[in-house]
Design a protein around this ligand. Structure first.
Ligand code: GN1
Ligand code: MG
Length: 367
């Protein structure tokens, strides 16, 4: 705690630190809650995973641009309680930067938003709120004046993820490629690989734009207030230019799964249409000002793409010896892969229903 406290004190905190303890369960960064004495705000201290985000200065510049822009919009709209609706990162005590380096490690501090909750699962009511909130998040950023850098280049590029999988297979660093189950998984992935690269093709054809997206819209990256209203979106490391499929697909990947992404009971994995419908209704409302027909018509594709892409990423990490995602046991990434492939197949089987739902929504909207 003493060393964490001394890092935290390098930022312009108010109040004396009384406690620091782990917060949340992200797979990439390490997050702590810093409690201060009296009426001073509490804070979130984060160690940035420097292996995954090599350019911390670019990362924080993106986050500052995004939070500044959203804050200005909320102010212009006369919203109240703005500090609970957009994150605020503290400058360090000795300069304007919102990060410090300590040995080889990088840290940042944001103001902790009190009386807010995160969820690992949501019902359809909350999903509709979330759909609208993520849609509005993209809409608010549609006129961002700053050009954002890609904190992880080609983060959600399916062609690149498949290329990385092929590299992991060729290197076979963990000697797992020849296990019978690995072979079966690779065959299954190969069967859908071409189809799943549709977004990159549409982009090359000039009919699918990149927009500023969040790119990690897991259910637990959103804060809700006591009434279940979305307060704000957190975990902004991956906000960057991407296809809207990212935010749509990644939310459903976690929210519409009947089980957590690493639940080993794959027979229980199913893609929930009630969550899809509620989220989609909210998302179409939030994005009405800019979403094109091509984007809208491919939302069912996005719902399939993200479980597939996540399975490919988990599996490449498994084959490569588990260097990317935090694991709690040796087969953890394999278990995650099985779960996500099952979700992918479930979503794929429901594409006609999803398409019918979206067509019906559009008919309502045009009436
Ligand atoms: C990572 O940091 P966290 O746990 O919110 C990952 C996402 C994956 C997710 C899978 C930078 O997100 O892309 O979808 O794990 N973030 C990065 O749970 O790779
Ligand atoms: Mg997270």
């Amino acid at each position: 705690m003493e060393s964490l406290a001394s890092v935290a004190r390098r930022f312009a905190l108010e109040g004396d630190i009384v406690d620091i303890r782990p917060l949340g369960n992200g797979l990439i960064n390490d997050t702590f809650k810093v409690t201060t004495a009296g009426s001073a705000p509490d804070y979130v201290l984060q160690r940035i995973n420097h292996a995954i985000f090599p350019d911390v200065s670019l990362l924080q510049a993106n986050i500052e641009a995004v939070t500044r822009h959203i804050r200005a919009k909320l102010e212009a709209a006369g919203e109240d309680d703005i500090d609970r609706k957009v994150l605020r990162f503290l400058p360090r005590t000795d300069g304007p930067q919102t990060w410090v380096q300590d040995g080889g490690q990088y840290w940042r501090v944001s103001v902790f938003i009190p009386d807010a909750r995160t969820f690992e699962t949501v019902d359809s009511t909350y999903s509709a709120f979330a759909g609208e909130a993520f849609g509005r998040f993209e809409a608010m950023l549609s006129d961002l004046p700053d050009a954002l850098g890609e904190t992880i280049p080609d983060f959600h590029n399916m062609e690149l993820r498949l290329h990385q999988l092929r590299e992991a297979v060729a290197a076979d660093r963990a000697s797992r490629v020849d296990l019978p189950e690995s072979r079966r998984i690779l065959e299954d992935m190969a069967r859908y690989a071409g189809r799943m690269c549709r977004a990159e093709r549409l982009h090359r054809d000039g009919v699918l734009p990149k927009r500023i997206c969040h790119c990690d819209t897991k259910v637990n990256n959103m804060l809700f207030d006591a009434d279940g209203k979305v307060l704000c979106v957190i975990d902004l490391d991956t906000v960057m230019p991407a296809f809207v499929f990212s935010d749509f697909g990644d939310f459903l990947r976690t929210a519409a799964n009947t089980l957590p992404e690493d639940d080993p009971q794959v027979d229980g994995v199913d893609f929930r249409m009630d969550i899809f419908e509620a989220f989609t209704r909210g998302y179409l409302r939030g994005t009405a000002s800019f979403l094109t027909d091509v984007e809208r018509d491919n939302l069912p594709f996005a719902a399939c793409l993200f479980p597939f892409m996540q399975a490919v990423r988990f599996f490449a990490d498994y084959l490569g010896g588990d260097s990317y995602y935090k694991i709690r046991y040796p087969e953890h990434n394999l278990v995650r892969t099985r779960n996500q492939m099952r979700l992918f197949h479930s979503a794929l089987s429901k594409v006609p229903q999803m398409e019918a739902f979206i067509a019906a929504q559009s008919r309502c909207a045009s009436r």
